[in-house]
Design a protein around this ligand. Structure first.
Ligand SMILES: [Cu+2]
Length: 189
């Protein structure tokens, strides 16, 4: 059920409404009250709300820090640093991107082995996003033209299959056709 929220366009749209509608409702209610019901300056005693304000700020800080700490292990850049520090053997996949295709090498990509994707753009800004066969984005990176060193990320696949590569940086009229595929094989396969 929750899956459809991020796997379908309507799910994303519903999620957007879920966040927008309460905000709009409160906004319109305040505008309506101060425009038609009581346009005089507010006579609310601010001192009465000091504790509630601090409690609200505290809650926001706790949620912000909590969500960031809980998600840090899932960050592609943190995973990359961990994989690089682990000393495990890394499979190198060096590729280039050009409007509107990728030049991916024939490298065997195995489940469980860290793969370093290093990409360079030969013309303009491109993206390099890998989608799990179920449609979820595993990671994306931005390839800037003119950089001396490639942009790279290390990813370890956990399931074999055909993974789709897509550009997620708008790069011109055929941007939507900029795709490729990566075959991930089972360990030892
Ligand atoms: Cu693009």
């Amino acid at each position: 059920m929750l899956e459809s929220f991020y796997l379908t366009g309507w799910g994303a749209f519903a999620m957007m409404l879920f966040m927008l509608i309460p905000f709009m409702a409160v906004f319109l209610w305040v505008v309506y009250r101060k425009t038609f019901v009581d346009p005089s300056p507010s006579n609310t005693d601010r001192a009465k709300y000091v504790r509630a304000e601090w409690a609200w700020i505290g809650l926001v800080v706790v949620v912000f820090v909590g969500v960031n700490m809980a998600s840090i292990d899932f960050m592609p850049t943190v995973r990359t640093a961990e994989a690089a520090a682990s000393g495990a053997e890394i499979t190198e996949v060096n590729f280039s991107a050009e409007s509107w295709s990728y030049d991916l090498p024939e490298v065997k990509i195995e489940v469980g082995k860290p793969i370093r994707f290093s990409g360079k753009s030969l013309d303009t800004m491109h993206g390099f996003a890998i989608y799990h066969p179920n449609g979820k984005v595993l990671f994306t990176m931005m390839l800037m033209p003119g950089l001396e060193n490639p942009t790279s990320l290390i990813h370890t696949f956990t399931e074999p299959g055909t993974y789709v590569v897509r550009c997620l940086e708008y790069c011109g009229s055929a941007h939507h056709e900029m795709r490729d595929e990566i075959e991930v094989v089972a360990a030892g396969g």
